[in-house]
Structure formats: C-alpha cells, structure tokens
Design a protein around this ligand. Structure first.
Ligand code: CA
Ligand code: CA
Length: 349
C-alpha cells in the first residue's frame, strides 16, 4: 500500500526536524544532498518526514517521498521501503532505498522507523569499507609475511651453505692435523731424514759405528789398508764398553787368534796414539807388564787370544788372554776394523 508523497520544505539552519541525532554523522551528504529522516512531532507514530538541506538559508527543492508500507508477512514481520526522488527540474534522481525485515518479539504489528533504512545503508557501506580495509590489511600482511618468509628461507639457505663450508674446513683441518700427528711412513722417513743407519755387509753396528772382525791374517799396515778399503780404520776401543764389545765380536771369528787394533807407538817409543792421530788418553786395557817393547821392536798393539794357542803365539810370553799387548807390527794376525756408516757421513736431504 502506497502513500502519496507530500512535498516538504524545511529550513535547514537551526531547524531540528531531522532524524534522531545519532544518525546525523552517518547520513549527511554535502550541501545539497543531505537527507534527514525522522519522526514528525505532529504526525502519528511512525509517519515519515523527509528534508533535503541546501547550502543557503532558503527552502530546499521539493521532494517526492514515497513511502511504501507493506502488509506484514506474518504476525511478527513488517517490511518497509523508502524511495527518494528529486524533482524533474534537477534532471537528476537520487535514490535511497532499503528493505528491512524485522522481527518483533511481541508479535505486534508495527511500522518500521524511518531512520533505520538509511542507517542500515550507512552501516552496510561502513561494513563494506571495513571489510575492504581488512582485506587490504590482510593482503598487506600476507604479502609482508610472504616477503619475511622468503627472506627467512634465504637466510636459512645461506646458513646451511655456511655450515657446509665450515664442515668441509673442519674436515680439512682434521686431516692435516692427523697427518702432522701420525708417524711418518718408512719411505717418508727416508725422504726427509736419509736412509736409516746401516752398516756395510758383515759389519755390526755399535753406538753409531760399524765393526767387523776379519779372520784373514795381515800385518799391521796391511790390516790398516784393508780397513781403509771398507771406508774405515783399525778399531779403536776408547772405552771399556767398546772394548768389551770388540772382545765378544772377535770371539765369534776365532778364540785362538790375536787381533790388531788401531793403536801404536811407531812415531815415538812409549807414546801410543790411535790411528786417527789422537792420543791414547786415560783408558787402556794393557795386560800386566805390557807394553814392554820386547826386543825394542814392538810398536803395534793387539788383543791376545782368548785361548792359548802356541802355534799362533807371535809374542814371547803370553800370560793373560783378552788383553792389550804390544807386538812387532810385521806380525801377520787377524784384525778388527771400524767404519762410520755412509748415511751418517752423507748430508741429509
Ligand atoms: Ca814400542
Ligand atoms: Ca810386548
């Protein structure tokens, strides 16, 4: 059921004929489009009054207000529809419409208050704006979070690469440390420190030198020459340990022979020297009564035999075995040589 719209003129300035005050902030539109709805004080309850505010203190353009009130769809429902249209002179139309369904708990037939329609519209618009802002905010957050996640992913990848590099460096350092701490292999030892100390064939190493007992018989000078041919000299027992070692060594060759050592007094009687020219020193292993320079022809020194053997006794009296005796240098007896190891004499690589 329609009610004919009634043109309304209303003063704007200072006039309080509009809607309830709580709607004003939501529904004003500029200077010539503001629509105010409210309840006329003179009207019956739920009659609608409408006004359009102009920019000056004049009466506004006539408006046509159509109020449509629909019969309730049920004992508890009321529907109202408002339409606002400017007059033909403005060649414009302005439409505000809203459909409200409202349920009333008391089941009474009541018309819908006019201010609710534009209020709904404003609420919808505000809701749309809010939804739009929230959507934009969410999009920004998603975008921002996406960038953050991408940056975090890149950071994690970088950290993984750095960790892998650190692991490789640690493994390399550990390998180098193991190489430093490990015992060198024989070939590496030879490379850095020369060949291991070794003696010529049939020579025996003793305290850094090599010794050999020759069973062949030679005079003192021939024996010294033979030792030179092996790169050494006649043996020179300068201390008790070496002396004992040489005694045990020549026993492996013969126990009934005498053995030349590198000691003599050919240059000066009674002044014994080693074949390398050094003085005899404090250590000696003379047999009792020796050296006696028997018949003034004994200038070279030899060990006496471990066991007495008259056939090999070049000296006039043998009383003590395994001792030093001076004897004639031309006597042909076995001899002892000593050689400095070749690698000990060669410079290290
Ligand atoms: Ca002598
Ligand atoms: Ca003698």
């Amino acid at each position: 059921m329609y009610e004919q719209a009634v043109p309304v003129r209303a003063r704007i300035a200072g006039q309080v004929s509009g809607p309830p005050s709580q709607l004003a902030p939501f529904c004003q539109r500029g200077t010539d489009g503001t629509v105010r709805l409210g309840i006329n004080a003179d009207a019956t309850p739920y009659r609608w009054q409408e006004g359009i505010e102009t920019s000056s203190d004049t009466y506004e353009k006539p408006e046509v207000v159509k109020l449509q009130e629909l019969s309730p769809q049920g004992p508890q429902t009321q529907r109202a529809r408002l339409e606002f249209t400017e007059d033909a002179t403005s060649n414009t139309s302005f439409h505000v419409g809203n459909t409200v369904d409202r349920n009333y708990p008391y089941g009474q037939y009541r018309s819908l208050p006019s201010f609710l329609a534009p209020r709904r519209s404003c609420q919808a618009a505000a809701f749309a704006v809010v939804v739009t802002l929230v959507s934009v905010g969410l999009a920004v957050m998603v975008f921002t979070n996406g960038e953050g996640i991408s940056q975090l992913s890149n950071t994690v990848d970088t950290l993984k690469r750095n960790l892998a590099g650190q692991k490789n460096l640690t493994a390399a350092l550990k390998q180098r440390l193991d190489q430093k701490m490990s015992v060198p292999r024989p070939e590496e030892f030879v490379k850095h420190f020369g060949t291991p100390v070794s003696c010529p064939e049939e020579y025996t190493k003793w305290r850094g030198l090599c010794y050999k007992a020759f069973n062949a018989t030679k005079n003192f000078w021939q024996a010294e020459l033979a030792c030179h041919e092996d790169g050494g000299t006649l043996a020179m027992p300068r201390d008790n340990d070496t002396n004992a070692f040489l005694i045990s060594l020549y026993k492996t060759v013969s126990k009934n022979s005498f053995f030349w050592i590198g000691l003599h007094d050919q240059d000066e009687e009674g002044n014994f020297k080693w074949v390398d020219g050094t003085a005899l020193g404090d250590y000696n292993w003379w047999a009792t009564g020796q050296p006696n320079n028997h018949a003034k022809r004994e200038d070279c020194v030899a060990y006496s035999a471990s066991k007495m053997n008259r056939t090999h006794m070049p000296f006039n009296v043998i009383q003590q075995p395994e001792k030093w005796y001076d004897a004639p240098c031309y006597s042909r007896i076995p001899f002892l040589c000593q050689v400095v190891p070749e690698n000990a004499r060669a410079p290290l690589n």
